[in-house]
Design a protein around this ligand. Structure first.
Ligand code: IVH
Length: 682
């Protein structure tokens, strides 16, 4: 291949990866390989500049701009950072800096390199006026409303803290790992496809048009840069300290380092410690501390000369794939789990890895007994990232996806366009039955959690229950004294499950109490595929009673806010099934709530008791009326003007400047609607 051909090939390939990454939130290549290819292209272009394409990925900072949002120009371009993977490169960087500063003394600030989405927040007169994505580095998407949903991004910085009239803060928006796990568990529970990793999940959320939907996810943002024409800080360290005082979320992981040796120590320290952080990190960033020295060093076309990222090698290990376990979920989805020879990875022993679905097995081209690479990325569950073909022996066996349910033997079905394969034997398939009970008893559903996994299994085995409706017929005499010793296959440990007097009493009380759970909980509990908590609430708001819901056509269902055609079809099919109707009738006979609770202004909590509120502007999640209702229903008091008696001013979009400045003068705390929402739930 000639250099010209190779340049063309690399340009096309890297542009494609960039497009997938920035536009579709899909990472098709790991960072290490991407950077290697980019370095190769940069090298070739330096040697043969005549072959450089105008759209070469070396010529721009990031992706292209998406169409849906208004575009905003960045006051200061959003650049990227040079990457290194070796200590030698770092030493070279250090030498370049020293030379650039003519041998003057300097210090670094080290930070972690957070794996999320770059965000920019602009404050004018202390008020957050604009939030944007990086876009192509020059222009990005105006996602102000979405950024406002981040609880840790202050909507205003009080005047008493003397912020500049105009300043910009940059940071990394992210979805905390625990949130990611929680969202995926909930998605799995209702049969939704899982989110691939926290970075993609965050990127997808920030790009949603509906900021109310964005607000439901607890997105967060670590800030790491301050920009303003008013030079109020001398060093990066000073700006981080101030940002923290101004109410921004500055990760406490940064450290001032006197020299490159101290930087190396920081790198060593965080190599494994970073796995204890609430988000994924893929390296560290070192920045020259003094701003005048940063200015002296300046920028290349793409990145600052005063900062560089050091990337950790992905924590990977290789091991053997011994078997595939096919797990059957509540909605019948059959998912493959790789069973591995235990291997140590980033401080924990890994025995299993997720394989997502049949497509993933095909994509990897993996066979049984292959040596595979496992990696721990931003996720907690490790994944198989490739096959070590150099180690493939004649002993490997192609993986044949089962055609029949591994649990009950029923022939599996695959719906066009869906990655999942399903076992259709909903009523009889044991793991589906078990999972249906576990779903039914969870706190967000009927709240009978005293009845755990083992006890349910025992009740099912003894034939005391078949469907969750049977729970309501259980008697004290039936339950008392039943017992079983379970053997944990993995640990070999014994576990005794027994129904003693006190246990039985607790369970029967919880079952009795569950009859008072609101209709929306019941609707979620019955486990219609794709119907999560929120959808259940919307359906109850719309239809009011189970009878109205049962009689609704698919078209009517699709009219309900937040209910798309897929959910409408799933719900219509569910209610069309006579067995399900019988099930509903049994729940009705047992006394469960099957009619909606329309919202009234009755007191719901005392969480705002003794506090006074006023709002200004408009909000994403509340109409003015709803906001007033919430304040009053939760024990708060609504005031009519900004006075010393006011505790909180809730600031929305297009907030009244006079209210805001008066609140500032009087030192009244200003909060966003999400902070307000958070106050309701404490
Ligand atoms: S400073 C001039 N600090 O990495 C560049 N960036 O490749 C200023 N990132 O787009 C960026 N953690 O999204 C900086 N502690 C950190 C960072 C960080 C993650 C991301 C950021 C930026 C990309 C640069």
């Amino acid at each position: 291949m000639t250099p010209q051909e190779r340049i063309a090939e690399l340009t096309e390939r890297l542009n494609y990866y960039n497009f997938q990454y920035y536009q579709n939130s899909i990472s098709e290549i790991d960072d290490f390989l991407f950077d290697k290819l980019l370095a190769e292209l940069t090298g070739l272009e330096t040697q043969y500049p005549q072959y450089r394409a105008p759209d070469s990925p070396t010529q721009r900072v990031g992706g292209t701009v998406s169409k849906e949002f208004a575009q905003v120009y960045h006051r200061f371009p959003m650049l990227s950072l040079g990457n290194t993977y070796s200590e030698e490169d770092l030493v070279e960087f250090d030498n370049r800096v020293r030379k650039g500063l003519d041998g003057a003394e300097f210090e670094y600030v080290c930070e972690l390199k957070f794996d999320g989405v770059a965000l920019s927040m602009t404050y004018e007169n202390g008020i957050l006026t604009q939030g944007a994505t990086r876009g192509d580095g020059t222009r990005g998407d105006d996602i102000t409303n979405n950024i406002r949903t981040i609880r840790t991004v202050p909507l205003s910085v009080p005047a008493r803290l003397n912020p500049p009239v105009l300043f910009e803060v940059r940071g990394e928006g992210f979805l905390p790992l625990t949130e990611f796990e929680r969202i995926n568990a909930a998605r799995e529970d209702i049969g939704e496809a899982l989110l691939a990793n926290p970075r993609n999940a965050a990127s997808g959320m920030f790009k949603k048009q509906d900021s109310a939907a964005v607000a439901k996810n607890r997105l967060d943002c670590y800030v790491y840069s301050f920009l303003s024409d008013q030079l109020i800080f001398q060093t990066h360290e000073e700006s981080l300290t101030a940002l923290q005082q101004w109410g921004f979320n500055v990760s406490p992981t940064w450290q001032k380092c006197a020299d490159i040796q101290a930087v190396m120590a920081y790198i060593g320290e965080w190599e494994s410690k970073r796995f204890t952080l609430p988000l994924g990190t893929d390296g560290i960033v070192l920045k020259v501390n003094r701003y005048d020295q940063q200015d002296q060093l300046g920028f290349t076309a793409k990145s600052p000369r005063w900062a560089i990222a050091f990337k950790y090698k992905a924590q990977a290990a290789s091991t053997t794939l011994n078997a595939i376990n096919y797990q059957v979920g509540r909605t019948g989805a059959v998912t493959p789990v790789a069973m591995l020879t235990p291997v140590l990875l980033a401080g924990t022993t890994v025995k299993r890895a997720s394989l997502h679905n049949a497509n993933e097995i095909e994509r990897l081209g993996v066979q049984l007994h292959d040596t595979v690479f496992v990696e721990k990325g931003g996720e907690i569950i490790p994944k198989i990232t490739g096959v070590d073909l150099t180690k493939r022996t004649g002993q490997t066996v192609p993986i044949i996806y089962p055609t029949h349910c591994p649990a009950c033997g029923t022939e599996l079905i695959r719906t066009e366009g869906e990655a999942n394969v399903y076992c259709p034997n909903e009523p009889g398939c044991p793991p589906q039955r078990q999972a249906r009970f576990e779903h039914f008893i969870q706190r967000r559903a009927m709240n009978i959690e005293s009845l755990g996994e083992g006890k349910i299994q025992l009740l099912l085995e003894r034939g005391l229950v078949h469907t969750p409706a049977d729970l309501y017929d259980l008697t004290y005499e039936q339950l008392l004294g039943i017992e079983k010793v379970f053997m944990d296959e993995e640990t070999g440990k014994k576990r005794v499950v027994s129904f003693r007097e006190k246990t039985v009493e607790n369970i029967l009380t919880a079952i009795g109490k569950s009859k008072a759970q609101p209709f929306s909980n019941v609707l979620f509990a019955i486990g219609i595929r794709y119907v999560g908590n929120t959808t259940a609430e919307r359906l109850v708001d719309y239809f009011g009673t189970v009878d109205a819901l049962m009689d609704a056509s698919q078209e009517t269902l699709a009219n309900v806010p937040d209910v798309g055609p897929r959910i409408a079809e799933s719900a219509a099919n569910w209610f069309a099934d006579p067995d399900n109707r019988t099930y509903i009738e049994r729940l009705r006979a047992a006394g469960l709530q099957l009619a909606g609770e329309r919202k009234t202004i009755e007191a719901v909590s005392e969480s705002l008791a003794g506090k006074t509120f006023l709002y200004t502007g408009s909000f994403q999640n509340y109409s003015r009326e709803q906001l007033e209702t919430e304040i009053v229903a939760n024990g708060g008091k609504l005031l009519s003007g900004v006075t010393k008696k006011l505790n909180y001013l809730i600031v929305g979009e297009n907030a009244g400047p006079s209210k805001v400045s008066k609140a500032e003068t009087l030192g009244v705390q200003m909060i966003g609607e999400n902070e307000f929402t958070a106050m309701l739930t404490v």
